[in-house]
Design a protein around this ligand. Structure first.
Ligand code: UGA
Length: 419
């Protein structure tokens, strides 16, 4: 918003995060975000605070961007942060302020927030729902050049305010869709469900390819040329993780169940199952590669983040596999260019290695779990000299099988024949 020219205050309840941001740094890894942050702080358009009162009194438009993680022990979303921030904001809102929800929420939330603000905030305060579609690793680009903007509103006034807010993006012809509340809320979870389904579809094909001795990467390329299918999001491998797709499809199923529409989303249970099966299948393949025994073997896992260009380890397939292999008795070393600190916070007892060649030293098996460019650039001949036994399993189907085999490795991958 500051980059678009507005004056902005960012509020968080965590004083440490606010201090880091105020100092011009981003408290997580996101390419290009540091520069945008620093530029806008220096220009005087952006500052940070822990005072919700200060922010509420300052602003006319209030974005709610808090997390909606999976509730512990349940499938549905934990809405504590959303309703907590609304309750904290309500007493300081001014008539005619617009509260804009960006969090991924169960359908019906915008209406519920409206009701709560009707009771707790001055008359004239309105709600709008404006789902967020950015990808981690591309957050800056996706924010400043989004595919589309979706706004759920109940009045022309709310629509007009959001058209003003997004004027620079409308000027570059960004599609702008105006809907009611439930449609805007559903667009978000429908989009993530479709993406998750596409990934699980190709991973299901990978399972069949393995059974039939076929190659899923060629299959994906071949079906992807059909523009109705499209070649994006058809990379078979360890499947999807992160703080969004897995919990969003579960929360969507839970909400559909509450609405009596659970049958409609039964297939998402299968999407989730196929996805989780990739991880256990990787562990089985690793065990098989090591002649059935993990104990006494050294395994190097390349990648801890759930995807490259991120330090996010939430529901990371790669880290999950590392933990499972370690629990099964192997000596595991994990490498990642950016995510080791976060990984160590969740699994403090794992062996982490900052230097990739040191991580590979003495390995009986390499598992490639997150497709950082650094791993694609590894020289298999150099790696062959430091490992103990030459086995590699490519969990992302992006390493060059010929180059690794030429260096003496057995190269295995998910959904591809073992030559
Ligand atoms: C996802 C959506 O792509 C965004 O549009 C959405 O805004 C975001 O969730 C959100 O709800 O906030 P993100 O979680 O950053 O974005 O990551 P993706 O790029 O979607 O990747 C998710 C996972 O799928 C990763 O683990 C990735 O490795 C995996 N993936 C992706 C595959 O296994 N195969 C593919 O072909 C593509």
């Amino acid at each position: 918003m500051a980059e678009l020219g507005f004056e902005v205050i960012g509020v968080d309840v965590d004083p440490d995060k606010v201090a880091i941001l105020q100092g011009g740094h981003v408290p997580f890894y996101e390419p290009g975000l540091d520069e945008v942050l620093d530029r806008n702080i220096k220009a005087g358009r952006l500052r940070f605070s822990t005072s919700i009162q200060e922010a509420a009194e300052f602003a006319d438009v209030h974005f709610i961007c808090v997390g909606t993680p999976q509730l512990a022990g349940a499938q549905r979303a934990d809405m504590t942060q959303v309703f907590g921030s609304i309750a904290a904001l309500a007493p300081y809102l001014k008539p005619n302020d617009l509260v804009v929800g960006k969090s991924t929420v169960p359908v019906g939330t915008a209406h519920e927030i409206s009701e709560r603000l009707n009771a707790a905030a001055p008359a004239g305060v309105e709600v709008a729902w404006n789902p967020e579609f950015l990808r981690e690793g591309f957050a800056v680009e996706d924010t400043l050049r989004p595919d589309r903007l979706v706004v759920g509103v109940r009045s022309q006034r709310a629509e007009d305010i959001l058209r003003e807010v997004y004027a620079p993006l409308l000027a570059i012809n960004t599609p702008f869709l105006v809907t009611d509340f439930p449609t805007a809320e559903l667009v978000k979870v429908a989009a993530n469900s479709f993406l998750a389904t596409k990934i699980s579809f190709i991973n299901a094909m990978a399972e069949v390819c393995e059974a039939a001795g076929a190659d899923v990467t060629q299959l994906a390329e071949a079906i992807g040329y059909d523009p109705r299918i499209g070649n994006r999001f058809l990379s078979a491998g360890l499947g999807f993780g992160g703080g969004c797709l897995p919990k969003d499809i579960r929360a969507f199923m839970a909400r559909a169940g509450e609405l009596g529409a659970d049958e409609a989303l039964m297939f998402l249970r299968e999407v989730d199952q196929i996805n989780l099966r990739r991880r256990s299948h990787m562990v089985d393949l690793a065990r098989k590669t090591l002649s059935g025994e993990f104990v006494g073997k050294s395994v190097t896992v390349l990648g801890a983040a759930f995807k490259p260009n991120s330090d996010d380890v939430r529901d990371s397939p790669s880290l999950d596999v590392a933990v499972a292999v370690s629990n099964a008795g192997a000596k595991v070393k994990v490498h990642d260019p950016k995510a080791l600190e976060n990984a160590a916070r969740v699994y403090p007892n794992m062996h982490y290695e900052q230097d990739v060649m040191r991580a590979l030293e003495g390995a009986d098996l390499i598992i490639h779990g997150t497709e950082w460019t650094q791993y694609l650039e590894l020289d298999p001949v150099a790696v062959a000299k430091v490992v103990n036994t030459r086995h590699v399993i490519d969990g992302r189907n992006v390493l060059d099988p010929q180059a690794w085999r030429a260096a003496g490795f057995t190269y295995r991958a998910l959904g591809r024949p073992t030559a």
